[in-house]
Design a protein around this ligand. Structure first.
Ligand code: URA
Length: 195
């Protein structure tokens, strides 16, 4: 990457996210949760929004849903440190409510810049909100998650050719073993697309 390297671009972006006042979410949040991982990653995971533990620590997917996700990844020989992981909104919504449309609109330019910096070949969207957002950017109709999960969608995001696979959000799988099996199946499929 020319002039400024990936590290520098991401550091600048993280500083902007940390100081972001474009929507109301920063007011109730403790820390911003920009995302983390390998800037050379082939695979990017996109969740919805930070929860309690993520907000406390400033790191994505470190609570119960994150631990379940880690387990499923490890079972498929995927390590968090070789992936880039982030969310569509970077501050925790109060009481973990679903991010509002104006919050998603204000925050997703940061996600788009993360995609431009990392340039992943594969993107996994975790749950309804990130799936709706990413598929709409690819001009793909989205009605419900059960129709699109486990499928691969080829397209372009910020000038980058990507394959997108939606799956369920790991939080939904915490109390439902069927959902957990579904995510496991989807991640197995994803694994076959990776070197
Ligand atoms: N759920 C998400 O969508 N993202 C996190 O970072 C944690 C829980």
């Amino acid at each position: 990457m020319a002039i400024a390297g990936k590290d520098e671009l991401m550091q600048r972006l993280i500083a902007e996210i940390d100081n972001c006042r474009k929507c109301r979410l920063w007011r109730s949040a403790k820390k911003s949760v920009p995302g983390e991982g390998d800037l050379q990653a082939i695979l990017m995971l996109i969740g919805e929004a930070p929860g309690y533990w993520e907000d406390a620590e400033g790191k994505p997917f470190i609570g119960a849903a994150g631990r379940l996700l880690d387990r499923i990844l490890t079972e498929n020989r995927l390590e968090r440190k070789e992936i880039y992981i982030t969310n569509i909104v970077k501050h925790r919504p109060p009481m973990n409510r679903v991010p509002r449309a104006d919050e998603v609109e204000a925050c997703t330019p940061y996600l788009e810049r993360q995609i431009e910096i990392v340039k992943p070949r594969l993107i996994v969207t975790l749950g309804v909100q990130p799936t709706r957002y990413i598929l709409s950017k690819m001009k793909i109709k989205f009605k419900n998650i059960s129709e699109v999960r486990g499928r691969f969608y080829d397209g372009e995001l910020k000038g980058i050719q990507v394959k997108v696979m939606p799956t369920l959000h790991p939080a939904a799988a915490l109390y439902n073993p069927e959902y957990k099996t579904t995510i496991e199946k989807d991640v197995e499929k994803l694994r076959r697309k990776l070197p």
